[in-house]
Design a protein around this ligand. Structure first.
Ligand code: HEM
Length: 510
């Protein structure tokens, strides 16, 4: 009898513990009177994310649609409660007006395992973030970007030569455009960051592209690792997930050390990002600040590299896909570009229709499907329906900004699944463009994307070079628009890839 009682007591204790750990957290939003999407123990709303059946961005978009009319919805990222914000005005408050209460991005990084990533401005917090952002802001000024354009233009030329060489073979499926765009951005970013000639279009597997692949390639294992890192950092720490594999870490350290040594010995100066970092180091030393050593420089160089190539290649590949789906707009864009001096790179950046096309691509296909912020000081939500007072978000609560869902909400954007660049040209659309806080592919406020100017320049120049040189057409393998999403891709990725033909428009000029 006593044995049975002991067993019953143990079973009750285990059940209570399981309830406490697995069931009670799912009552979090109900207890606060916040509208919410019910979750299941352990997985919350993310079972399909873990099973790699649906991307987290799409799961959030489904929940977003289900809760039409509400300003915010409580969700569960596995066991962790988070608040998804649906209302653009509330987003304005969170990202700008009350930024002091939401200063952090949620991207947990283990400083010991990933020392280089831990210094990326996206990951830094508090005073460290402020100081780093302040130092780096000047490196992305309009005049610095202008100096980088000839380097980007060289990468454009290499891409056009490659496309012309490949296409006469008339591959029935066309070219894998994501791969093409990744080679272009790797070539461009390597050159702009380190004056490194990556040879991405001549060499089938250049070393630096292999390093990129190790970081970003959406293999099943890599995506599982990233899912753990993002949603269950405690488990990622136990199984020692590294964001940057050791080989890549060593590669970048060697690359930066060699480049710095070479410049210091030879006195050579180049118009690249590394040179700007050397200037920052010199200024820090002169001001007696110190603390800007090789580790910082390598980390910032790696950040530039990682932040700079993948998001931009996603944007470029989708812009080309959109243009192939809309031949009339492609012709209009070509006419706009042909009216410009081909050597005036800056004119491309200011071409209004090209700008509208890219804005529309970033709206319909935001490279980052959602953003995560952390509440850093208590903040009161506006009252939900039937509530007298809004609930108070406590520090540590995660706030989700569902970019994909917001950008395709018919309440903010009429016919949201149609790629229609004219909606960004009010004279033609006959209506105001979509509201600012409903379309925010680069985020907003003090933490808005630091590389936005460079990203826009790089993508516009890549697209302009291809549109000038080729007629971009769909192939039997091209997906519809918008394409189905690849659940194993962390950024916006098309399932089955993006495939296009590039038919040269004139005789080879080189
Ligand atoms: C089309 C390309 C790109 C897109 C769509 C994009 C998007 C974003 C987004 C959504 C954020 C978060 C903003 C927020 O938290 O409110 C971000 C942050 C950031 N991005 Fe980009 N990005 C792109 C290209 C680049 C490039 C080319 C670079 C640098 C070379 C870069 C560097 C950064 C950095 C350093 C941050 C962190 C800023 C901070 O927290 O202070 N990005 N980006």
């Amino acid at each position: 009898m006593s044995c049975l009682l002991v067993w019953l007591a143990v079973a009750a204790a285990v059940a209570a513990l399981l309830w406490l750990l697995l069931v009670r957290p799912l009552g979090h939003w109900q207890r606060l009177g916040v509208p919410f999407e019910p979750g299941t123990p352990l997985f919350g709303n993310y079972f399909r994310v873990l099973a790699q059946r649906t991307s987290a961005g799409e799961v959030l978009a489904e929940i977003y649609k289900k809760h039409e009319g509400k300003a915010y919805v409580g969700v569960f990222q596995f066991q962790e409660p988070a608040i998804m914000v649906r209302d653009p005005e509330l987003l304005r408050a969170i990202l700008v007006k009350d930024f002091a209460s939401f200063q952090r991005n949620v991207f947990p990084v283990d400083k010991d395992l990933d020392p280089l990533v831990a210094k990326n401005p996206f990951v830094l917090t508090g005073e460290e973030w402020k100081a780093s952002r302040q130092k780096l802001t000047s490196t992305f000024s309009a005049s610095r970007i202008r100096n980088m354009l000839p380097l980007v233009a060289e990468a454009c030329d290499a891409m056009v030569r490659f496309v012309r060489d490949e296409e006469p073979a008339s591959l029935p499926d066309g070219l894998d455009v994501k791969e093409l765009a990744s080679r272009f951005t790797t070539e461009s970013v390597s050159s702009v960051a380190f004056s490194l000639r990556a040879n991405c279009f001549e060499d089938p597997n250049p070393e630096v592209r292999a390093m990129n692949r190790q970081i970003m390639e959406p293999t099943g294992l890599r995506m599982l690792q990233l899912t753990l890192q993002v949603f269950m950092p405690w488990l990622a720490k136990i199984v020692r997930v590294r964001l940057v594999p050791l080989e890549v870490d060593r590669y970048f350290r060697r690359l930066v050390r060699d480049a710095v040594d070479h410049r210091e010995r030879s006195g050579v100066e180049r118009p690249d990002f590394l040179q700007m970092l050397l200037q920052i180091r010199k200024r820090s030393e002169e001001a007696g600040e110190g603390g800007y050593g090789e580790e910082e420089m390598t980390s910032h160089a790696l950040s530039f590299f990682v932040d700079g190539f993948e998001t931009s290649s996603v944007a470029l590949s989708l812009l080309l896909h959109d243009l192939a789906h809309s031949p009339a707009d492609q012709s209009r864009l070509r006419a706009e570009l042909q009216a410009l001096d081909p050597l005036d790179h800056e004119a491309v950046l200011h071409a209004p229709f090209l700008h509208a096309c890219l804005q529309e691509t970033l709206r319909l296909h935001p490279p980052g499907l959602f953003l995560r912020k952390e509440c850093t000081a208590a903040w009161q939500l506006p009252a939900a329906e039937g509530q007298g007072r809004g609930a108070v978000l406590t520090p540590g609560t995660q706030v989700l900004i569902p970019l994909l869902a917001l950008h395709t909400d018919p309440q903010h954007v009429p016919q949201p699944l149609r790629w229609w660049p004219q909606r960004w040209l009010p004279d033609e659309a006959g209506a105001a463009p979509p509201p600012r806080f409903a379309v925010l592919p680069f985020g907003e406020g003090p933490r808005q994307c630091l590389g936005m100017r460079f990203a826009l320049a790089q993508v516009k120049m890549g697209a302009a070079a291809l549109v000038r040189a080729c007629d971009i057409r769909l192939t039997p393998r091209s997906p519809p628009n918008p394409p189905p999403l690849d659940p194993s891709s962390f950024l916006y990725g098309a399932r089955g890839g993006l495939w296009l033909h590039f038919a040269p428009l004139d005789a080879r000029a080189d």
